[in-house]
Design a protein around this ligand. Structure first.
Ligand code: HEC
Length: 103
């Protein structure tokens, strides 16, 4: 029985890991300087609001990867997001996938 409880705990940890990894990635690349995960808009929109806006849009991943790479403004207001040329494409893809999965 003890073993089963341990296995369940390990599974729960494994399921939670990707979210934590992406939050760490957002910290590593300083996305968190302008974005919160949930809550009121700061400099940029909260990631939960981004997920809501693009829910069900098939091209959202590709579109948002480009946007994070090149920066831009006008979707959430006049304040631009600066381009992020130093963030590896794989990391941007992982970040956008994570953002779009936030509920
Ligand atoms: C200097 C502040 C700043 C930083 C740093 C920043 N952003 Fe943004 N971000 C913004 C602003 C402002 C907007 C809104 C742009 C708009 O209205 O079009 C935005 C918008 C977005 C959007 C939604 C784009 C859209 O067109 O709907 C995503 C996704 C996003 N940011 C992800 C990221 C990720 C990932 C990082 C880190 C690699 C990051 N941002 C770093 C300010 C920032």
């Amino acid at each position: 029985m003890k073993l089963m409880a341990l296995t369940a705990a390990a599974l729960a940890l494994a399921a939670a890991a990707p979210v934590q990894a992406s939050e760490a990635l957002a910290k590593k690349h300083a996305c968190v300087a302008c974005h919160v995960v949930k809550g009121p808009k700061t400099v940029g929109p909260a990631y939960a609001d981004v997920a809501k806006k693009y829910a069900g849009q098939k091209d959202a991943l590709a579109k948002l990867v480009e946007k994070v790479k090149k920066g831009g403004s006008g979707v959430w207001g006049p304040v631009p997001m600066p381009p992020n040329p130093n963030v590896p494409e794989d990391d941007i893809r992982a970040l956008v996938k994570w953002i779009l999965s936030i509920k």
